[in-house]
Design a protein around this ligand. Structure first.
Ligand code: ATP
Ligand code: MG
Length: 481
């Protein structure tokens, strides 16, 4: 039978690529016939003489569609379907079968085969079925790609950035989030390691479980057992009630070991044991409790150095680092800086009922040139601090970096009388010969921020990028309270 359609006409999608179709059939005549028609239809045929050869080709080669016989020596069509199912491969499969094999074919359709054709083949039908199978599989690929993009957008909604460097980190996080592997997040301080840890948890099958953060640097030896594993009432002086430790709190979810590089050796040994055994024992209790958690850890430290000088156990390190994820510093993704800056500016202005300030070209240039050793955290602080002192001007033209210094020594608005970061920020003016002392500069910066934050200490400390205790000390020192 000859196909009635014009075979020179391109098939859907064919302008883009030539589809490779694998014919798995032990009958030589069928292989020859199918090869002939597939070529005429514009496909690239590949053939396999039995099920085993078929699996071998599927493993090594790029195949778009499979024409599969049921009865074959070595491995039959049913075994090939099982193989595809095991590997999670979703390629379209069309069963090519003798009519007495129909019950087996139905089994294969139930396992995910797209359609079946009976021998002797009707070439017209073969052409239509092939075309539909490819169109549907392309649609499915598109849908799953869109789903992946949607998931990625939702999960990384708090991580601003579109440079290849940050996208690569997101791509790696996407790859690992659905697995159960322990992830070690490496990167300088303030790069967003904690945001990545939260995103990985949110994208995992544990997303409805707890996300428990341990600041490893803050755990002391004396309290570690109780904090990590919990205790029962009366087990030591001061144990007035039962307490659930961090690992038990994380049961069914994720435990985030932040600043893992700062964990001391004694606690490392305890944590290693829980990671190995997935069991904990509360202080004062005999029985062990099984706990089910996944570990994400983060550090800004260089592990190789710590392992080399024996301050970090290598056996623990290898358990934590089943999948390492690197978050790049801001200076390696400079194009993200204005994006992140605008995001923080919008957030800050709306939280403080300020009209949205604009970032001038000059400010953008400045921030792109700066190396931001404190990364995103430093950028956030600089934006907030500068926004306070620029609120009357409607724009940010230059940045105030830690120490309340402007990044510039002269401002183009300085002569127009308007209040701008350059002429409103306290800074030494070598030209005028009037150099202010550091104390004076600091006092002015604090006073300005304190007033701008309506004398709210928490907001002022946040805007200045200092702790509340430091702020109180300074307010007292300068007589501002
Ligand atoms: N790409 C980003 N987009 C928006 N905000 C970000 C981004 N990266 C970090 N941040 C913000 O910057 C601050 C620091 O981020 P985070 O705490 O995740 O950094 P870190 O790498 O864990 O730092 P550290 O090593 O000091 O603990 C947070 O306020 C966070 O919300
Ligand atoms: Mg952190």
């Amino acid at each position: 039978m000859l196909p009635t359609e014009d075979q020179s006409k391109p098939l859907p999608g064919q302008r883009k690529k030539q589809y490779r179709v694998l014919i798995a059939d032990d009958e030589k005549a069928t292989r020859i016939l199918l090869t002939h028609f597939l070529k005429k239809m514009g496909y690239e045929p590949v053939d396999a003489v039995d099920g085993e050869a078929c699996i071998e080709i599927l493993e090594k080669e790029d195949i778009d569609l499979l024409l599969l016989d049921i009865s074959m020596p070595k491995k039959d069509g049913f075994a090939v379907m099982s193989y595809l199912q095991e590997k999670g491969r979703t390629m379209p499969v069309i069963m090519v079968t003798a009519s007495h094999d129909i019950p087996q074919t139905v089994k294969c359709i139930k396992m995910g085969a797209y359609e079946y054709l009976t021998k002797p083949l009707d070439v017209d039908r073969l052409q239509i079925v092939l075309r539909n199978a490819i169109t549907e599989s392309e649609l499915q690929d598109k849908v799953s790609q869109l789903k992946k993009e949607l998931k990625s957008k939702e999960i990384f909604r708090n991580i601003i950035g579109s440079t290849p460097a940050i996208r690569l980190a997101m791509e790696h996080a996407m790859q690992v989030m659905e697995t159960e592997l322990n992830v070690l997040i490496l990167g300088e301080s303030g790069t967003g390691k904690e945001l990545f840890a939260q995103a990985i948890h949110e994208g995992s099958r544990r997303k409805n479980g707890p996300f428990v953060t341990i600041n490893c640097a803050a755990i002391t030896n004396e309290l570690s057992d109780s904090l990590l594993f919990g205790h029962v009432k009366g087990s030591f002086t001061g144990a007035n009630s039962d307490h659930t430790g961090f690992f038990e709190q994380a049961d069914g979810g994720t435990i985030f070991l932040d600043e893992i590089g700062d964990m001391n050796l004694e606690i490392q040994a305890k944590v290693l044991r829980v990671l190995q055994e997935k069991k904990i024992r509360r202080v004062g209790e005999k029985k062990e409790r099984a706990v089910d958690f996944r570990v994400i850890s983060a550090t800004h430290r260089d592990f190789s150095h710590a392992i080399h000088n024996n301050s970090f156990r290598d056996d623990l390190y290898y358990r934590l680092e089943e999948y390492p994820l690197y978050v790049p510093p801001l200076r390696d993704r400079r194009e993200d800086i204005p994006l992140i800056a605008r995001h923080f500016l919008e957030e800050f202005c709306s939280a403080n009922n300020l009209e949205l300030l604009t970032l001038t070209e000059n400010a953008e240039e400045e921030m792109m040139e700066h190396d931001w050793p404190g990364n995103v955290r430093e950028l956030k602080n600089a934006i907030q601090r500068t926004a306070i002192s620029s609120k009357h001007t409607g724009e940010i033209n230059s940045f105030i970096l830690p120490g309340a210094r402007s990044m510039h020594t002269a401002g183009k608005n300085a002569s127009d009388g308007k209040l701008s970061p350059r002429n409103s920020s306290p800074r030494p003016s070598a030209k005028s010969g009037k150099i202010q002392s550091l104390d004076e500069i600091e006092r002015l910066a604090i006073e300005e921020a304190y007033e701008a934050c309506k004398r709210n200490p928490t907001k002022t400390a946040e805007a200045l990028g200092i702790g509340r205790a430091t702020l109180y000390r300074k307010l007292k020192k300068f007589g501002l309270n």
